[in-house]
Write a protein that binds this ligand. Structure first.
Ligand code: CIR
Length: 263
């Protein structure tokens, strides 16, 4: 029996483009170094493949500097895929580039038509529900449209708030298994995870919250030893990937892939 919240046979990623130096960022701490960004992306893809999954690497899209953050363009569920409608105007066109890559893998593909907006980074699928954080990128209308679609597929969606200074809901949390969430204390303080088993990022290591559980491993950004140690102690097999360059664009482990199992 597989657990669809973290066992996946496939992932889709996209090569970073040279234009990534112009990617969106909340605070400018310098442009990413392109060769390090590519090396980190390669390591990320290798780590996914090492779990036995088939990983598609789509070609870079120079006209969309943030297109390597594929997670924001779609939600992949066992019943089908939903193509998102990003709230960042410069990212709206990315979804049309992603849809053809999904068609071979999903029988049912739906679209968020608007007028609302929603990005995949605001969506956490757990064993019992789909949590969606409203944010600067995801509004109530976008959440409502998604709720209608996933209820057709038997999912319960719960709308929550992303604290104002956080880009996406999942910037500050990730699923470790169907019932366990890694989160920052500042996000959990809202009470949005009541009833779940929580592991908190170590103080000062809030940027470690965006990890992915992918088959038998947890991919986490390098440089957060105390949080890595906690996950190790809790029995998770941690693989660290350097994230220094993506972090300059507010990106992390979850943003870089769409994860699913083909039917
Ligand atoms: C953006 O601001 O849209 C990108 N620079 C980063 C997107 C990160 N995506 C994610 O957390 N899912």
């Amino acid at each position: 029996m597989t657990d669809p919240t973290y066992e996946f046979s496939r992932a889709i990623t996209r090569q970073p483009a040279a234009s990534a130096v112009d990617g969106l960022r909340a605070h400018d701490i310098g442009a990413p170094d392109l060769s390090q960004l590519q090396a980190d992306h390669d390591a990320y893809v290798s780590a996914l493949r090492a779990t036995g999954a088939e990983v598609t690497v789509l070609p870079s899209l120079n006209e969309y500097p943030d297109a390597m953050f594929v997670e924001d363009t779609a939600l992949c569920l066992p019943q089908g895929a939903v193509v998102m409608r990003p709230g960042a105007p410069s990212r709206l066109g990315e979804v049309a580039e992603m849809e053809p890559a999904l068609t071979g893998h999903f029988k049912d593909i739906r679209r968020i038509d608007g007028p609302g907006f929603i990005e995949g980074g605001d969506i956490l699928v757990t064993g019992r529900e789909i949590l969606v954080g409203r944010s600067a990128r995801t509004d109530a209308a976008g959440v409502a449209e998604l709720a209608g679609i996933v209820s057709d597929w038997g999912h319960r969606l719960r709308e929550v708030d992303t604290p104002g200074d956080i880009l996406h809901f999942k910037t500050d949390c990730s699923l470790l298994d169907a019932e366990t969430i890694l989160t920052t204390k500042r996000l959990a303080a809202s009470g949005c995870f009541e009833g779940y088993r929580l592991i908190y990022t170590a103080q000062g290591e809030e940027a470690a919250a965006n990890t992915i559980r992918f088959n038998d491993v947890v991919l986490m950004p390098g440089g957060f030893p105390r949080t890595a140690e906690q996950l190790d102690q809790a029995g998770y097999k941690v693989v660290e990937i350097n994230n220094s360059e993506c972090a300059k664009l507010d990106g992390g482990m979850s943003c870089l892939s769409l994860r699913f199992s083909s039917v």
